[in-house]
Design a binder for this molecule. Structure first.
Ligand code: HEM
Length: 469
């Protein structure tokens, strides 16, 4: 078994150090116990795996499962007939229906971004201070993703954008409840959390599901009717609804819009807050370091020459944002989560170094051990070096042994291409349009809750650029 780090207070074990001193505490454990060690947290022994063995966890999906942890924590099975759906199908949807067709969505994503930036940040030449930028940026990303999932028309509806924006945080309540009852019996908290959902007393998904069903029904009815009338001259809409309508098992005589809404649920859950959080972090990381804005601005100005009259860039222009891509990747690398991405052990397992784990054990990845390691990241791994990846053939969407923000192995995030595309497009536009800096004039740190981080709620000063600055 992995070594259990010494602790003094029975029952509480390492819970306090995990919650209130995670950065130093994990570094100390790593130094004393090596790259695999166990801690006693919330009444349970959990194992943390560092850089030498993280890839074993990510590669062996017959042994380690992230999805099973989500299933245990979020009662998707009690809210949806099919739970959170079949993960192979979810991956296929993202790869085949979205990533391979990103070019088709290019113009729409940019148009959506232009209007969202205008809506939330405005055209005024006077400087303005915005606080808590994660809130508007979550809506910006929600509108972008809704556009691809339910189409251009429905994505303009505020109700739809609100559902896309709020779905994950409403569901994440189950992840946010501290598992205090696990001190009494491991797993008790998840069991109790499920009860009100099973009894039909509480269901955070219900409101969003109804909204999705209403808008999907409107589109499906409209499209089937128009296709019949227009026949060959009908212009096929591009979005996930249309993809689902064209699947073999879709029956136009027995349309189940709830089933279509349920197909979207997990993908909405996985896509929006992850992307908006990273987008907000990248933006505040740059506002914190205004000395890099000019260099990035010059790159964006050069690329903007390829835009058409409406300011839409060709899809290939994204590949030319070399410095911006590196900046985004550095921001992702320094997200600041010390540990995370828990996996359930599905069967007894022996690591390549001989340490053994029993079935049903939980293993977390020790991210800092990769993200802040000199041998993997090069000199000054703790400092933010925005152009670290320029000319390294290492784009932000690339998973590798030294970059596990999108996981790795078979279950590496299939949405990473769309996520990085959206973050870069947002940053490109915001850099071209505004000058910005933190209100404090300092580097703003993320909000830390235990080993996890959230975007800073700090003030950022926006000033609309003149044509000359
Ligand atoms: C910056 C944004 C994002 C980050 C940091 C992120 C991170 C991750 C990570 C670490 C995993 C791996 C979990 C594992 O180890 O099994 C994952 C899986 C997943 N992500 Fe993302 N993600 C992001 C955006 C997206 C987007 C935009 C989508 C959808 C369009 C998406 C869909 C998924 C799905 C469906 C899975 C599960 C894959 C599977 O079961 O094999 N993600 N993501």
């Amino acid at each position: 078994m992995p070594p259990l780090v010494r602790y003094r207070i029975p029952i509480i074990g390492h819970t306090f150090s995990y919650l209130f001193d995670s950065v130093e505490f994990f570094a100390q454990c790593r130094k004393e116990y090596g790259d695999i060690f166990s801690l006693y947290i919330w009444g349970q022994v959990r194992t943390f795996v560092g850089k030498e063995h993280i890839h074993e966890v990510l590669a062996k999906d017959d042994v380690f499962s992230f999805k099973e942890i989500i299933r245990k924590k979020i009662p998707g099975d009690a809210m949806y007939a099919e739970g959170f759906g079949d993960s192979r199908y979810n991956i296929m949807v993202i790869k085949e229906y979205i990533s391979k067709r990103l070019e088709i969505y290019n113009e729409r994503m940019q148009t959506s971004l232009h209007s969202s930036i205008q809506k939330y940040f405005g055209e005024s030449r006077e400087s303005k201070v915005f606080h808590n930028l994660h809130y508007p940026l979550n809506k910006v990303v929600a509108a972008l993703i809704a556009n691809i999932f339910v189409g251009e028309e429905e994505a303009k509806n505020d109700e739809v954008i609100a559902t896309f924006a709020e779905f994950t945080s409403d569901m994440a309540i189950f992840l946010a409840i501290p598992p205090i009852l696990d001190f009494i019996y491991p797993g008790l908290q998840d069991y109790i959390n499920r009860i009100p959902v099973r009894l039909g007393l509480y269901n955070p998904a219900a409101k969003h599901r109804n909204i999705l069903v209403k808008h999907i029904k409107k589109q499906v009815d409209k499209r089937l009717k128009e296709r019949k009338v227009c026949q060959d001259s009908w212009e096929r809409p591009n979005d996930l609804i249309q993809e689902f309508i064209e699947e073999k098992n879709f029956d136009p005589n027995n349309i189940d819009c709830a089933a279509i809404a349920d197909k979207l649920a997990f993908i909405i859950f996985a896509s929006i807050i992850t992307t908006s959080r990273s987008c907000t972090n990248a933006f505040i990381d740059l506002a914190s370091r205004p000395e890099y804005i000019q260099e990035l601005y010059e790159e964006q100005l050069q690329i903007a020459k390829e835009a058409d009259k409406s300011g839409i860039l060709p899809f290939e222009a994204l590949d030319k944002m070399k410095k911006l891509d590196s900046f985004v990747k550095e921001s992702l690398r320094l997200t600041g989560d010390v540990v995370g991405n828990p996996h359930l052990v599905l069967k007894d397992y022996t690591f390549s170094n001989g340490l053994q784990l029993p079935k049903n054990h939980v293993v977390d990845l020790y991210f800092d051990d990769i993200c802040q390691d000199k041998s993997l990241q090069g000199p000054n791994p703790k400092s933010f070096e925005p152009f670290r990846y320029v000319n390294k053939n290492s784009p932000a969407s690339k998973i590798s042994k030294d970059f596990t923000v999108f996981g790795g192995g078979k279950h590496a995030c299939p949405g990473r291409f769309i996520a990085t595309t959206q973050i870069k497009l947002f940053m490109h536009n915001i850099i071209l349009k505004y000058n910005f800096r933190t209100e404090s004039g300092k580097v703003e740190e993320k909000l830390r809750i235990g080993p996890m981080t959230f975007p800073s709620a700090c003030g950022v000063i926006f000033e609309k650029r003149n044509a000359t600055n």
